[in-house]
Ligand binder design. Sequence first.
Ligand code: PMV
Length: 310
Amino acid sequence: MTRAQAPGKVILAGEHAVVYGRPAIAVPVWEAVATAEVRNGAAGAGCVIYALDLGKTIRLADAPHDDPLALVARLALRRAGLADDPDWRIDIASDLPIAGGLGSGAAVSAVLVRAILLHAGMEPAPELVSELTYAGEEVHHGTPSGIDNTVVAYGQPVWFVRGEPPAIFACAAPFRIAIADSGATGPTRAMVDQVRARRAADPARYDRWFDEIGEIVQAARQALEAGQPVELGPLFDRNQALLAQIGVSTPALERLMAAARAAGAGGAKLSGAGGGGNIIALVEDEAVEPVRAALLAAGAKRVLVTTVAA
Ligand code: PMV
């Protein structure tokens, strides 16, 4: 049996502005993961993928071409030099919420690629895992940014500028963030469209806000590389103020962020498209439990606390 894992992801800073050419930073979330197990099955059984959390069973021999998991499985098998349909049973599990802005689609694809390569006796190089995961993302999203596949394949912080290859970077000191789910699904495309419409009515003002977000993202990277993650707190708050001006925050998200700050978080912002979805809050050790409790009391459906490693 071969087992593999891939993390989820959150955007630390720069969402929305990234659509207009400014940088964004995303980090892996290892506290919610996708896993895959591969076993040799009975001769003639073919390759069957059981993805029960997604409500899917996929027989590779007759899966449609536009099924993202079947596509990445076939690509990975081909890269491993195997026939399209080995007698393998592959079980996939994920505790990442679907469409929750935590990169669940990419994590599931990445773990499938990794498990297939490992079971074939190949080292799952992150470049290859990222490339094949991106192919699955394209089926889902059309033109994915490339953030999700890079973060889940490398399991490291990623600096991302549209149109440029994503760059991995290292944090000089670990830090923790609480991730709270508002329970409302973040409708990414609708939020991006709304921002586009509002910007069209007042481009100079929006571009100024996007520039300010870009500067915050730069400062966040410097703080992380200098081993000063505590500086992220005020940067989160400034980034959030701009996201609210851009119109993507909601009263429910603001309530969660206020609760986290009042309970001792160093700063908080929404993460992802907004309009719902998640907030993140910077938490020092002693703030972890008070912030978790405050977020749940303020209506969070789920709170994950993740350590972003050095
Ligand atoms: O919620 P997520 O993780 O899909 O992030 C959306 C980020 C946006 O900047 C709003 C859109 C994008 O494509 O970058």
